[in-house]
Design a protein around this ligand. Structure first.
Ligand SMILES: O=C(CO)COP(=O)(O)O
Length: 129
């Protein structure tokens, strides 16, 4: 089954929830994996079933990166906060790098996230509303 990672920094969590609501019908057909707090917020807001890793600062980005390194992830939406320094910046950079290495589709903005989801949905033969 298609496996999609959803990750958002704190300032971007409202945007991520809005995004997940917009694509809820498609997201309900795939496996979703999230960093801890993002997953909790998405599950509460949408009722979608999500697998939650550690929170980002506690290693969640690295857990998702490990899956990307094993080609287990079909796409990642990572809404980063471009204006706030993160204590776990090395982990974030490592995740982005491993996506480059494995050609894992990665979106870091709302519009690029829409393009990635639309591409994955098309591959899955899912009609978006
Ligand atoms: O920090 C994050 C990604 O780098 C996100 O972690 P949370 O989803 O646990 O807030």
């Amino acid at each position: 089954m298609t496996r999609i990672a959803l990750i958002a920094h704190d300032d971007e969590k409202p945007e991520m929830i809005d995004f997940a609501e917009s694509y809820q019908s498609y997201l309900s057909t795939v496996d979703i994996v999230c960093t801890g707090t993002t997953g909790q917020r998405i599950a509460e807001a949408t009722g979608l079933e999500v697998e939650r890793k550690q929170s980002g600062p506690l290693g969640g980005d690295m857990e998702i990166g490990a899956e990307a390194a094993n080609d287990r992830i079909d796409g990642i939406v990572f809404l980063r906060d471009p204006l706030t320094a993160q204590p776990h910046e090395p982990d974030i950079s490592a995740l982005l790098r491993i996506c480059d290495v494995h050609d894992t589709p990665l979106a870091t903005t709302r519009t690029s996230a829409e393009y990635v989801l639309e591409g994955l949905a098309r591959e899955d033969g899912h009609e978006l509303d």
